[in-house]
Every structure is written in C-alpha cells, then in structure tokens.
Design a protein. Structure first.
Length: 564
C-alpha cells in the first residue's frame, strides 16, 4: 500500500527541462546554450540524472562515430580533457564455431559497416566530459535526481517532472527522513531516459506515439571491462563476432574493443526475441569468453567492471512519433540504434541537437506546452532517418531467417542494394520493401514444453564468473528501505503462468540474479532481490506475461559504472 496523499512541493521553472544525462540529453543541453551564445537570446536549461553522477548509468560498447560530435563540438580533438583518444586502427568480423572461426572478408562489407574514422571509447567518460562542458556553458546539471512522474497543465500537456522524492519506506509510508522532492517545470521537457525509460514508456502509451508503428524490439547487452597484459593489447583494435555460442535461430553477437591504457571492452548481445525460455544471456556471455579467439586476449588479465543494459533494435519501423504536447523523446527513449552498425550514440546525439534547435525556436517565439513539430520535421529530413532507413530490413531478416542466411547473406545483399540505389538517385530500394517485426519480444517466448533445458558450465573464477560476483563489479547500491521498484501486476502470475508454462525465465534472463525461485517448506517461492538490479530493464521487456513493471527507484541508486 502506498501513501498517495497529495503533498506540497517547491518548484523551479526553466525554459527547457531535460530528463537524463546521456549522450542525447547532454548534446541537447549543449546545443541550447550554443544557440544562446549565437543569438544573444537567453535560455535556461536543467538536466536531471538518476545516477549518482553523470556517467554512472551509462553502459555502451562503444565505438563512436564522431559525425554528430563533429557537428556539435568541431574542436573536440583539441580539448585536452576529451577522453576520446583511441581511433580504430584495425578490425575484423568473425563467424565463430565451437572451437574455430571464419573471417568475413572486409571487401564484402558495405562501407557503412566499417569503422574507419571511428573511436573506441568509454561512453560513461564521454558523458562525464559532455556534462562538464554543459555546466561550463551555464546548464544546471542535477545528479541523484530520479524523475518519478510528469507534471501536467490543465490541458494535459507535459509541464515538467517531479524529482528527488526520497524517504518512503518499504511499506509505502513516509519515514522521518521523507523529502517530497520538487517540481522542475519547463516550457518544454525533453526525455532522454534511455531504452525503456519509465516516463517515456508512459508517454508513448498515453499519447499513442507508437500507433501505426511496428513494435519496438530489444536486445540485452552484457559487458565486462578488462585490464589486459601488454602482449595482448592492440590499441584501436575492433572485433565483432556472430555465431557460437548461440544457435543459428537466435540473434546476437559480440564485440571486443581495445582502447585507452590496456583496457579491453568485451561484450555480448542477445536479441530478446529468443524462443527458448531456458536460454540465459548471462551464461551465453560467459561461455563465449572461453572461445580460443576470445580467451587469448584475456589470458593473464584482470576484470575490473561488469554491467548490462537493454538495447533498442527496432530501428526505422519502430521509431515512434517523437513529439507530444509539451515535450519530445530523444535518443534511446525513442530508439535510434543502427543494428548492423552496432551503433546508436551518434544518432542519439544528433536527435538531441535537433530537438534543442526546435525547442529554442519555440521558446523564443513565445510558445510553450505545444508540440515541437520542428523537431519531427528535422528528423524526417535528417541523416539519422536516412541511416535507419537504409538498414531497416536487417533486424527483420535476421529474426526470420537466422544468422547465416538472414544476418549475413540476405542483410548483406539488402544493404548493398539500398546503398547502390541511393547512389544512383533511386532512393533506398529493396527487394523486400520494408519488412515488419511481428511479435513483441515477450510474445516470442515459447512454452518450456517445446524446449530442452540448457546445461551451462560452472564458472572458473578466472575467465568466467557467477552472476552475484559480477554484480559486485557493477558497484550497484540501493537504499533498502524504499518501495520495491520491481513490481508485479499480479502476485500469483509467477505461480500460475511463469513457472508452470515457461519454467521461470526471469531467473535466467536477468543479468543480475534479481529473480529467483527458492525452496520454502517444500514449495517454490518467487523472490525479488531488488538490491541487485543494474537497471537494464530486461524484465520489463521479456517477461512473457508482461507482469513485471520496472519503476524508478530513489535517485542515486543502481550501478556506478567506472570507465564503461
């Protein structure tokens, strides 16, 4: 039971409120202040971030395409504090078998899939740097401020967000330490919450922003950061793989990026439309590291960090309408990841910049609370849309035809056709037109009776690790005496649906061991270990009954990712 008694809150007013200090939100903030400098017209901007600091919740591969950064900060390379210092020097794509591998020839890859001119980076550190840039320009940045819900005007347009409410106990009652938080009010509110953001999810549903769109698709990305020996380190080396340990009908693949001072970012993505409820993405990642083409780089090294985050994969067909009365969705709140490129940060940054330009225009036209149609118009004619349109069939082909035929053969052919067609002025032509996604990822899960359990090897504690040990390397922490942020719509569904029909997939798809069935008096009891949660949002996406709902916990909680 939660105390819903209305409370009085202080409020602060700004021209633009931005929710989320990721690449999209910070790029929007910087662009707004640049426009202030260029025009001499003032604009007040605040960015709120639920992590303990800017960058604390940022997890990405990442190889950064600097296209948007070049537009935003053309002189970034001359900035001594910029953490982008590892240009890609060599790369390869491999198709893995259980013990061997087959390289994909570089000449067969469309140029857009190559990483020349890109940089291996820690996006957490890039965001920390962007945050400092924004603050230096006059943007107010408030970390440890979770936006729990929106504030509305009388006409139901979005007028702001409530942030900083803390001190509610596990029982829903206000503790002695209760603070009601405050209302941050803006003429416009930009939501840059990342994949499956809580406010964004509600706004998409309420305003029907995804009407007529294909369902959003997702993957889960699991990442470890290693410090490796000199003889195994190749600064600027980039490697991606398909194939083992996943079967052909399950989408996914890996990355390995060498950057900085002997750091290796290694990660694995499993597409969340997998069918087998016994599959465990975390265990697939650990098994992947034992392949000879992978383990040779990690031998004698030390793992220094771990994390996981859902990734939007729907692409062009799944991008919702971007605006609603009083605000807009930017970055991964809307979903701009280019799946075959394995990149989305550049698109996130550009959408933040476009929304900022539209908001600046609107504010100085004396408007507030209406739709930022200028943002949607900019997107519709942008290189972001063009890039996503070119690769629009990659995800559907992979899902329908598997890795070998769908991802490698048909997608390769489709990309070449689109690229050549555009080069000849014919537009993005394709034999396939524009394919749909069909089922949601939750609907893709099949009953356990149609599959066999998977026997995963035990961790060795050197190369492979158990989940709870890994969670400790995410430096996750939550205030324990607060309302559960992982809530069930129906407490009985785990016993009537999830366990008997699907063999309890939540205990396997969660990368942090949050969900488990424990023996108690001869019965299986569903237990939620919310303190382990790394805020990946996979449960909110993959639960076949859609019974688990992820709510925003108190600000400052969750992972504290260093150099991720």
């Amino acid at each position: 039971m939660y105390d819903d008694t209305p409370v009085e809150r202080e409020s602060m007013e700004f021209d633009v409120v931005i929710v989320g200090a990721g690449p999209a939100g910070l790029s929007a903030a910087i662009r707004l202040k640049q426009l202030e400098e260029e025009t001499g017209k003032e604009i007040s901007v605040v960015v709120v971030e639920k992590g303990s600091e800017v960058g604390a919740h940022i997890l990405s591969g990442a190889v950064l395409d600097p296209r948007a950064l070049n537009e935003l900060l053309p002189d970034w390379e001359s900035d001594a504090d910029c953490p982008i210092d590892s240009p890609v020097t060599s790369e390869r794509f491999l198709y893995l078998g259980p013990s061997g591998s087959m390289p994909l020839p570089n000449f067969a890859l469309p140029s857009m899939l190559k990483n020349h001119g890109c940089y291996a980076v820690s996006m957490a550190n890039v965001c920390r740097w962007l945050g400092e840039k924004a603050e230096g320009m006059g943007v107010e940045v408030y970390p440890m401020m979770a936006a729990s819900r929106t504030v509305r005007r009388e006409d139901n347009s979005v007028a702001g967000v409530i942030v900083g409410e803390v001190g509610i106990g596990r029982d829903g009652e206000k503790k002695g330490s209760y603070e009601p938080g405050m209302e941050l009010l803006g003429k416009y509110v930009l939501f840059a919450e990342g994949v499956r953001g809580s406010c964004s999810k509600q706004l998409i549903k309420e305003f029907g922003l995804d009407d007529g769109k294909e369902p959003q698709k997702y993957g889960i990305g699991l990442k470890e950061l290693w410090k490796v020996k000199d003889e195994h380190f190749k600064k600027g080396f980039v490697q991606h793989t398909f194939g083992w340990p996943l079967k052909n009908d399950t989408g996914g693949g890996s990355w390995m990026y060498h950057f900085g001072d002997n750091y290796v970012s290694i990660g694995y993505v499993v597409h969340l439309n997998y069918k087998n409820p016994y599959l465990a993405p975390y265990q697939e990642f650990q098994r992947f590291k034992t392949h000879p083409e992978i383990s040779k780089f990690l031998e004698g090294g030390e793992r220094v960090a771990y994390g996981a985050r859902a990734i939007s994969e729907g692409g062009f067909q799944s991008v919702p309408k971007l605006t609603f009365p009083g605000g807009a969705l930017i970055g991964c709140s809307a979903g701009f990841v280019n799946v075959p490129r394995i990149k989305g940060n550049h698109n996130a940054m550009k959408t933040g910049m476009m929304a900022a330009e539209a908001a600046f225009e609107a504010v100085h036209e004396g408007r507030q609370g209406d739709e930022l149609i200028g943002y949607q118009e900019r997107y519709d004619t942008s290189w972001v849309r063009d890039e996503l349109h070119t690769v629009r069939n990659a995800k559907p082909l992979w899902s329908k035809y598997g890795t070998i035929l769908g991802a490698i053969s048909l997608t390769g052919m489709d990309l070449w056709m689109n690229i050549l067609g555009k080069g000849m002025g014919l537009g993005g032509v394709s034999f396939f037109g524009t394919l749909g996604h069909g089922k949601t990822d939750a609907q893709s899960t099949e009953p356990a009776s149609q599959h066999k359990p998977i026997d995963y090897p035990k961790p060795d504690g050197v190369l492979t690790f158990d989940r709870l040990t890994s969670v400790s390397y995410s430096f996750t922490n939550h205030e324990e005496d607060q309302p559960a942020h992982l809530r069930l719509k129906d407490d009985q569904v785990p016993y009537t649906v999830e366990l008997p029909e699907y063999a309890g997939p939540s205990q396997r798809y969660c990368p942090a061991g949050v969900y488990e069935y424990v023996e108690d008096g001869g019965k299986q009891v569903f237990q939620i270990n919310a303190q382990n949660c790394v805020h990946c949002k996979t449960c909110d996406i993959k639960d076949p009954a859609q019974n688990i709902v992820w709510h925003t916990p108190e600000g400052g909680g969750g992972p504290n990712y260093p150099n991720m």
